[in-house]
Design a protein. Structure first.
Length: 253
């Protein structure tokens, strides 16, 4: 993408994100963010915007794995677990549990009868009781295994808002595009490019550069570039299910 002869505002120094954050917080209907790194502090602002029906789209990098972790409670806001129940399997499991209880009661009764017959009646045929108890124990054991392994729940995941986590290249898996650029688009009428990540340090403390555009043609070109990245299926990315499985437990029953 090329932008030539475009009017813009340029800022260099610390606090490069002050005006950017102000305009993001006051967005009317949409915010698009391309930032390899994130911080919980600023992502909470996106959650707040989503809660007032501002459409959010986010592209970030697999290098943000410290953020996309089970230690970060904000991750649970960005991705939500949906539990699906197999009702037929649940009914079957309940029937097995009732049957297991009945067998255990029967084993207890037979054991008491076995003891009574063996020690009170001195009955030599008590072997039949012991064989019956053993067979019932084996049936009970099989039922227990079936009950423990019966899958009732399956899981899917949905994002709070659309986002894409592009995997960062390394020496072992992927040697392609490295997502390093930063872009911010507010209401498709204001765009920022620069060096600042969507982090507290990037927007407040670091010495950064940022360029602000409001010319419609320039903004639309930046929007188009963002959209092409967002819909690019060739970029290796962390799937929603893969991230969800890292965050949440998935008991089968």
């Amino acid at each position: 993408m090329y932008l030539n002869g475009t009017k813009c505002d340029i800022y260099m120094g610390t606090g490069a994100g002050k005006k950017l954050l102000h305009e993001i917080e006051n967005a009317e209907y949409s915010v698009k963010i391309l930032s390899p790194f994130l911080s919980p502090f600023l992502t909470q602002k996106l959650v707040a915007l989503q809660n007032r029906n501002v459409a959010i789209e986010l592209i970030t990098s697999g290098r943000a794995k410290e953020y996309l972790s089970t230690k970060n409670k904000n991750s649970y806001e960005l991705i939500q677990q949906v539990v699906h129940v197999d009702r037929k399997a649940r009914r079957q499991r309940r029937r097995w549990k009732k049957l297991r209880l009945g067998i255990r009661v029967l084993i207890g009764i037979l054991f008491l009868v076995f003891l009574w017959a063996a020690f009170s009646l001195k009955d030599p045929n008590t072997l039949l009781f012991s064989v019956s108890i053993l067979l019932l124990y084996l049936v009970n054991r099989r039922l227990h295994i079936n009950i423990e392994n019966k899958r009732i729940y399956s899981y899917s995941y949905k994002p709070l808002f659309p986002f894409k986590v592009v995997m960062a290249p390394d020496h072992y898996h992927y040697d392609g595009l490295y997502l390093h650029g930063k872009a911010y688009i507010i209401d498709n009428r204001i765009a920022y490019l620069g060096s600042l990540n969507f982090t507290r340090s990037g927007t407040r403390n670091n010495y950064e550069t940022r360029v602000r555009f409001t010319e419609p043609e320039a903004v639309q070109k930046i929007v188009g570039e963002f959209d092409s990245l967002f819909t690019n299926d060739e970029l290796p990315e962390l799937s929603l299910d893969a991230w969800g499985k890292q965050l949440y437990r998935e008991p089968i029953n």
